[in-house]
Design a protein around this ligand. Structure first.
Ligand code: HDE
Length: 687
């Protein structure tokens, strides 16, 4: 069991940590693990020290290769409860009404190495392993519904272009460099995905506030063999929210583990993250098209306005890993891990993945037996005829690991469909010649990028323009910037003109023409309100101020499911039983969704030169920075009692700023502001 009481991999299964005494790997108790065996206290170390040899040997080989992509990530245990809505279209047991299936989910960035920062601008992985009664089903998705390439053969190209430059191995975990923009500007089918990366979706606030997508079209099979094409969507109950770019950059240094910490802390505190799983369904027609959209082209989405997302169940993450390596690092996902009732399609991207995910584990987990590692073990009985290989854990009985056999009682037997066998759908393959060609529908690289752009509110468009300005501004090659501007011109002339202006380059003319797509308002993150559970509020406390008001505000926020953190001029007791969780030295705005200045905040003794103001150094400069950054990042700001003077001195007011005599006066306003995530109008644009 994990510390939260939720299911996790059983460590005893790996024969580790039994008994009270320290032992060697072979179970011999050890009397001294701190001193090597030497010829006298100052003499040479002896080769006969078998414990030293074993301890160092094992340490020397602790590292395994990181994932070639998605190396940086964090996982959690949970449960998926189906509502039965998918049973009509799929016979999979996991979709049966009320069926509860244990899951393990791993979130990740794509580009960075294992130790890179969480908050970089990138696509995020959202991979789920369902331990169903019929075997494991892996839904290996992303937080962006489209991909860079239409054919898996291009995957090494896009990844080589996006990873650090091979000569200096920089920049780490960034797309803001020449080789990335060189590739995507030449390979224009990547423009749609790239536009999502430049939007707020590229810098999520939290794993808990990301949507997830299966990306490809999958095929569901019902009890009678009938088929339906579907796209999978994960909808976060807390809504889809993002950081702003400056926050993301600051967090890269101040808290590179921001998303990992957020996920762990939320689960640990009982604020279990939840997502609804939904499907868009399409008739399984021979052309596999829907409303003119090629369902086998993973650079295209189907707008929710054309095919609504129907909820088929809910995922709750309720258990942190007991051991990061054993679970989050060793978990191995595979698009070919399918169960009866869920199948793939001929999307050439998916087909290449079906090859890749098995193959990569041979290097990463050093052999073909990775499904025997505790986190990967199915909960359904396993009775395969695979034998031997590196790291074989099983002691197989019998003499006939082959079929047909007349020995071992002919066991194991193959099952029929009514005994739960996976039955391949007899899809008709069109008569065709072998070719290295794309269908004509794959030629449209821009219409859906434009659909995304025109679906954004002005403030979201502003962020996109700034993101392109940053990324292309980091490129050195003029030709690459100019080529990318041409791609932008083919998406939208205003987008192109605004980015070009920032780069100091002329905006080129559009060269590609296509029908104007209808916008999809469902793609915007702005305009709705969401639950505020788990939102973090920094409360700046003056030990000489009204502590009773602080205590009441803290209580109200806690009761509303938020996480108030008291920020004091010093650590420890602030008076009246209030204890500082942060100090002026350790607090920084990026940790909070809102800040409350609950009293005067004069410079603490450890403050470095306070800024001169007309009133003198009235406020600790770190508190000023806290307020200014929260304001600049369009977060809610509140002031109580003498805290109002701090805001006045900084000129902080207007939309999203609430003040009062006591904490009780600002609590309701704060909750309302937080439910909208940002004070959107403060970004300077009407939304
Ligand atoms: Fe992956 N991808 N991918 N990918 N992918 C891997 O598998 C690959 C693609 C995704 O948390 C690797 O075990 C190819 C699309 C996630 O462990 C590797 C192609 C989508 C994760 C691999 C794609 C994804 C991976 C590296 C193009 C979204 C992390 C380590 C044909 C639908 C899983 C590993 C985790 C990981 C190959 C494209 C999602 C090398 C060849 C599209 C979430 O096998």
């Amino acid at each position: 069991m994990s510390p939260t009481g939720a299911p996790s991999a059983d460590p005893s299964a790996a024969n580790a940590q039994q008994g009270a005494y320290l032992t060697t790997a072979t179970g011999v108790r050890i009397g001294d693990s701190d001193h090597s065996l030497k010829a006298g206290p100052r003499g040479p170390t002896l080769l006969s020290d078998h414990h030293l040899r074993e301890k160092i040997m094992h340490f020397d080989h602790e590292r395994i290769p990181e994932r070639v992509v998605h190396a940086r990530g964090a996982g959690a245990h949970g449960v998926f409860v189906a509502n039965g809505a998918a049973s009509e279209v799929s016979r999979a047991a996991v979709f049966g009404k009320g069926v509860e299936t244990p899951v393990f989910v791993r979130f990740s960035t794509v580009l960075g190495s294992r130790g890179s920062a969480d908050t970089v601008r990138d696509t995020r992985g959202f991979a789920t392993k369902f331990y169903t009664t019929e075997g494991n089903w892996d839904l290996v998705g992303n937080n962006i519904p489209v991909f860079f390439i239409q054919d898996g053969i291009k995957f090494p190209d896009v990844v080589h272009a996006a990873k650090p430059h091979p000569d200096r191995e920089i920049p780490q975990a960034q797309s803001a460099h020449d080789t990335f923009w060189d590739f995507v500007s030449l390979h224009t089918e990547a423009q749609h995905h790239t536009l999502w990366n430049m939007s707020d979706r590229g810098i999520p606030r939290s794993y808990r506030t990301m949507e997830g997508f299966g990306v490809h079209t999958f095929r569901l099979v019902d009890a009678d063999g009938g088929t339906t094409l579907v796209k999978f969507h994960w909808k976060p109950r807390l809504g889809v929210h993002s950081l702003v770019w400056e926050e993301a950059q600051l967090l890269g240094g101040l808290d590179p583990d921001f998303h990992r910490r957020d996920l762990y802390d939320a689960i640990e505190s009982g604020a279990f993250p939840e997502w609804d799983l939904g499907i868009q369904t399409f008739p399984d027609t021979p052309d596999q098209m829907f409303e003119g959209i090629d369902l086998l082209d993973s650079t295209k989405l189907v707008p929710e306005e054309l095919a609504p997302v129907q909820v088929i169940g809910t995922l709750t993450l309720n258990g942190n890993p007991t051991n990061f390596f054993a679970e989050s690092e060793q978990v191995a996902f595979h698009t070919g891990h399918l169960v009866p009732g869920i199948d793939g399609t001929d999307d050439p991207l998916l087909m290449a993945r079906n090859f890749s995910y098995l193959d990569t584990q041979l290097t990463r987990l050093a052999g073909p037996n990775f499904n025997q590692i505790p986190i990967n073990r199915p909960h359904a009985p396993v009775n395969d005829n695979h034998r031997d290989g590196y790291h074989q854990q099983a002691v197989h009985g019998g003499v006939a690991p082959y079929g047909p056999s007349s020995l071992d009682g002919g066991c194991p037997f193959v099952a029929g469909a009514d005994e739960g066998a996976f039955v391949d759908v007899p899809v008709t393959v069109p008569e065709a010649s072998k070719v290295r060609e794309n269908p004509a529908t794959y030629d449209d690289h821009f219409s859906q990028a434009r659909l995304f752009w025109t679906s954004m509110t002005p403030v979201e468009q502003e962020h996109i323009v700034a993101a392109y300005g940053f990324e292309l501004g980091k490129c050195y090659e003029q030709a690459i910037k100019e080529r990318q501007l041409l791609a932008l011109a083919n998406i939208d002339d205003e987008l192109c003109a605004r980015v070009a202006q920032g780069l100091g380059l002329p905006a080129p003319e559009r060269t590609v023409h296509y029908d104007e797509p209808d916008p999809s308002p469902a793609l915007s993150q702005v305009g709705e309100t969401w639950p505020t559970d788990g939102r973090t509020v920094g409360i700046v406390v003056d030990p000489d101020g009204d502590l009773e008001s602080v205590a009441r505000l803290r209580e109200t926020l806690l009761e509303a499911g938020l996480l108030p953190l008291l920020v004091g001029p010093h650590g420890g007791d602030l008076g009246d039983g209030l204890v500082a969780q942060r100090t002026f030295a350790t607090a920084r705005s990026v940790e909070y969704d809102a800040v409350v200045v609950a009293g005067a905040a004069p410079p603490a003794p450890d403050a470095v030169p306070a800024r001169d103001t007309e009133a003198g150094a009235a406020t600790d400069p770190r508190v000023e920075l806290l307020v200014e950054e929260c304001f600049r990042h369009s977060k809610a700001v509140a002031a109580v009692g003498d805290g109002r003077a701090v805001l006045d001195a900084l000129g902080v007011g207007g939309a999203g700023v609430t003040t009062g005599d006591t904490g009780a006066d600002v609590a309701d306003d704060l909750l309302t502001l937080l439910s909208a995530h940002r004070v959107w109008e403060r970004f300077g644009t009407t939304v």
